[in-house]
Structure formats: C-alpha cells, structure tokens
Design a protein around this ligand. Structure first.
Ligand SMILES: *Cc1c(COP(=O)(O)O)cnc(C)c1O
Length: 401
C-alpha cells in the first residue's frame, strides 16, 4: 500500500470544476491585482476567525514581515520568539535588522513555554524586546492565556504566527478572570495573526499566499499601505513598503476552499484520534519507542508543570507529530514501505548556520531534543482508516526488529 505524506489530488478531484471556474472568472474579469476576490476573501477569513479586519498578502512569510514592519521593528530591536519553528518565523526578524531572542519550548506541545518567556522578559533590562512572536506549531495554539498576560504586563504587541493553525482554537479566560473560558481562534488573540496559504497548510492555495488578521483597524490600514510599497495615496510614499499583495487568482481559489475547512479539520482530528487508538493497541508507547502528540492546555495560573493540564486543545493537526526513537532508521524503513513522513524541523532555529557561532553556542534543550526526535506522519483529511492501520502496523514491525 502507498501512503503519501499529503495527497492534494484527492481534494482536487472534487473541487476541480469549481476551481477552474473561479480562476477563469478572474482571468475574464481582467482585474489581476487585488480587487473584489481579494476583498471578499479578506472579509470571509476575518469573519471565520472572529476578527474585524483581514489584509491579503503574498505569503505567510510576508504576513509576518509586514506585521513587524508595521510595528517599526528594525536594527537594535529584539523580538521574543520560539527556537523551534519553520525558518520564516526567525527569518523575518533578521531581514529587518533585528535580533531574535528565544525562550525554550514546552516539551509536550512543542510551543513556546510562557515560564521561559517570563524569564527572558524579566532580564530585558534595556527594553530592547519590541514584540512577541509565538508560533502555533503543527496546528495547536501556544498557551495564549499565559502569553497575553505577559504581553499585557510588559506592554508588548503580540504577532501570532498562525501559519499552520488557521481555525485552531484556544481557551482564554473571560474579562472577569473567572473560571469561564472563551474559545478563541488562532490569530484573533494578539494584535495580529498571520496565516499562510502555502499548498500544504490546512487552507492552501494553488501557489503562495497569506493574510494578516487583526481587531485593530489602524493596524490593518498600515498593512494595506505597506503591502503596496507604503503608498498612500498612490505614488505618495510616506514610508518604505514592498510588493506584498495577494494574487486574486489565489484569493478566488481559497474562497472555494474556505467553506470546506471545518470539515477538513474534523477529518484530520478524527485521523489523529484513530492513530492514537491504534498506537494504544500496541506496546510502542509503554516501551518508550514513541510519544504520541498531545492536545492539552493549561490555565494561565497553572503554567507550572505539565501534570496539571486542564483540558483538550482544539488542535487542527496540520501535522501529526510523534517523538520516535531510532529516527533515521525508522524513516528509511517507512520509505521502503511506501509511507511518507517528514521531519519538521531537523534543526532548532538557533542552530542554523546563517546565525553564526554566537547563536549556536546558546542552549535550548527542549527545542534541540524536539529537532532530534520528532517525525510527522500522514494526517491529511482523505487518509483512510486502512492506510492508518498499515502505517501503525509497519511502525510496530520496525520496533520488533
Ligand atoms: C509555512 C510557515 C510560514 C511561512 O509561510 P509561507 O506562506 O510559506 O511563506 C511561517 N511560519 C510557519 C510556522 C510556517 O509553518
């Protein structure tokens, strides 16, 4: 049996006609830059996330870049972020001449740990940290209740890297601080949320695309000006921006896909539940060969220790990621059995060569361990139960050897 990591052909088979019509109508409209498809997608994604404003941009990377530009982040500034993410999270900080400052991850969720963040913020004596950039890795929100509490205490803006997490939800305490929690969508809790429409994300285009969502209308206007070379009005440049516009062909395709998104999330969550059940029927977890992903959250008073988890997070499983032993040999074995898998990501960010020796000397043990141990398995919505049985059987077979 062949089980690819992701199979976009399946979804294309039932969307193909609608997608072709949508693309054709953009071509026939002769509006090829921004225009009504982009505006409609902005409204629809903003509404989906429960925020007032959306600004379509050219990629998830540019969503992050333009958000930091709108905050005025530049040389001499620092941005507090996670050491375990896709490179773009850190790349945008460096491109602006600013410096990333890392707080290690929580080893259960793989997301930035608010306790480590509090430590870093307490030592920011020169107030160089200008923004906080948490990532909702693999489709699970970071501990935003605790992160927003810190951000409010230090009066820092939060830009959520929600590239992998559109539609994920996170419990936030209500204004009174009582026991009632309100579930909030990824991207709707900080000053702004950044999405990627890269084809492998849960909502993917037929090329690059991204969006910034925000409650703040003034911030949204800044993003719209910056994505168009900083021009306002046209040909009058109060600041230096760039060409960060979302293509209307991508917007039209994404508008076809958005109504399916919750259904796809449900299928991914069911697949994750099924893997968990199948793996629990083996002895792989007891024997410490595997650690299954956990979708758990901590209330903001109880960020100390993972034992006090208080509920299940709404994880959208952009990736289903295990910790595994003997990873390289397992990958070779899975490939030999026609099973797709991938490491996200083989290095922690501070270990990247482009940063130089000063960063490589730093130590973030949880991020480094995650980079050395994690492996993503196929989790896409159209994956069948038979395929999952096959994947689990083949993994069990590997550890029996
Ligand atoms: C995909 C991704 C990005 C970048 O998005 P692009 O659309 O590929 O530019 C940024 N951050 C994270 C965490 C991502 O997964």
């Amino acid at each position: 049996m062949k089980v690819p990591l992701l199979d976009l052909k399946q979804q294309l088979s039932y969307l193909r006609k609608d997608i072709l019509e949508a693309v054709t109508s953009v071509i026939d409209s002769t509006t090829y830059i921004l225009g009504p498809e982009v505006t409609s997608l902005e409204q629809e994604v903003a509404a989906y996330c429960g925020v007032e404003n959306g600004a379509g941009v050219s990629s998830g990377t540019d969503a992050l870049l333009v958000s930091l530009m709108a905050l005025g982040v530049g040389p001499g500034d620092q941005v507090l972020t996670t050491p375990y993410s896709f490179f773009a999270t850190m790349g945008v900080v460096l491109r602006l001449g600013a410096t990333p400052v890392f707080a290690d991850i929580d080893p259960v969720s793989f997301n930035i740990d608010p306790i480590a963040m509090a430590e870093v913020l307490a030592h920011d004596y020169e107030k160089k940290i200008k923004a906080i950039l948490p990532v909702h890795l693999y489709g699970q929100c970071a501990n935003m209740a605790a992160i927003m509490k810190l951000a409010n205490h230090y009066d820092l803006p939060v830009i959520e890297d929600a590239a992998q997490a559109i539609g994920a939800e996170c419990p936030m305490e209500d204004e009174g601080g009582g026991l009632n929690v309100q579930w909030k969508k990824a991207g709707s809790m900080g000053l702004a949320g950044c999405f990627s429409f890269f084809p492998t994300k849960n909502l993917g285009g037929i090329g690059d695309g991204g969006m910034v969502v925000t409650h703040d209308g003034v911030f949204a206007d800044k993003i719209r000006i910056l994505r168009n070379h900083g021009a306002s009005p046209k040909y009058y440049h109060g600041q230096v921006g760039g060409n960060f516009r979302l293509d209307p062909i991508q917007a039209a395709v994404l508008r076809i896909k958005l109504p399916y998104l919750d259904k796809w999330h449900r299928a991914r969550r069911e697949n994750a539940g099924r893997y968990n059940t199948f793996f629990a029927q083996t002895d792989l977890v007891q024997n410490d060969f595997l650690v299954l992903p956990q979708a758990v959250y901590l209330p903001k008073e109880q960020t100390e220790g993972v034992a006090s988890t208080s509920g299940e997070n709404f994880h959208i499983y952009n990736q289903y990621v295990l910790r595994v032993s003997r990873r390289d040999a397992l990958i070779d074995w899975l490939h030999s059995q026609d099973i797709g898998c991938e490491i996200y990501y083989p290095l922690a960010l501070h270990q990247q060569k482009c940063l130089g020796a000063d960063f490589q000397r730093l130590s973030f043990p949880h991020a480094e361990r995650a980079a050395a141990e994690t492996l993503a398995l196929p989790i896409y919505p159209e994956l069948t139960a038979d395929m999952q049985v096959y994947v689990v059987e083949k993994i069990a077979e590997f550890y029996q050897k």
